[in-house]
Every structure is written in C-alpha cells, then in structure tokens.
Design a protein. Structure first.
Length: 128
C-alpha cells in the first residue's frame, strides 16, 4: 500500500510494484482523508505500508501513529517515502518509529531488492 498526494509518484510506485517486482495487489491512496477507515476497508492487512510524509490532511507521522495504535496492523512494515532526506529528517523518521526510509526519486532498478529486504525484516534507510 502507498499513500502519496503526487500522482506521478503513485504511478511510478504502481509500475514498480506491478511490473518490476511482480505484485498484483497494490493499493494506492491519493490523500490521507479518512485514512484508517479506508485502511480497514482493504481486503486484508498490508504487509508493507509506504507513506509519503507530506500528505494532506494528516501527514505521514500522524498516519504512522494511527497505524501503530491499531492491533490489526502490528505486523506491517511502515516505510517513509519522501524527498526530505537530510540527516535531521532521517533522525526524526527513526525516532518516530518508521521501519525504514526510501528516498525519492524512486529508483526502479533498486526498489525490488529494497522491498525484498523489508519483507525479510531488515531495516532499510535508502537515500538515492
């Protein structure tokens, strides 16, 4: 699952997950409006949730708190996807409790390997 208000970023993620990584079930949210209601409406709990940090009306940090407070999503890996990749930004993401970071722009040649590591439980803090 990927939440990002930037349409080109959503399309790139969809192509990478579908065509490059071979995943058929990809859920894309264009904003964080009614986020938990929409998350609960999915056919199952996602294994990985990718969150852009600057998404209205609630940002990635608030979405992270909501997800972490719900027992149904305790096993989900939550990865920040953002262009804000200064060392201070990375430190804030780590302190907030994200399982990792993939910096924008997304790199389709590297992404499947990163996803494999995430699913294996490895923390990923990738900055292109």
């Amino acid at each position: 699952m990927f939440v990002d208000d930037d349409a080109p970023s959503r399309e790139v993620m969809k192509v990478i997950l579908n065509r490059v990584a071979g995943y058929n079930r990809v859920e894309l949210f264009e904003d964080s409006q009614n986020f938990m209601e929409r998350l609960h409406a999915l056919p199952g709990a996602p294994d990985v949730i990718f969150l852009d940090i600057q998404v209205p009306p609630i940002d990635g940090y608030e979405m992270l708190k909501l997800i972490r407070s719900d027992p149904a999503y305790q096993k989900a890996k939550i990865i920040a996807v953002t262009a804000s990749i200064m060392p201070s930004d990375v430190a804030l993401l780590q302190q907030a409790g994200f399982d990792g970071l993939i910096g924008k722009p997304l790199v389709h040649k590297i992404f499947p390997e990163l996803l494999h590591k995430i699913l294996a439980g490895e923390p990923i803090w990738y900055i292109p």
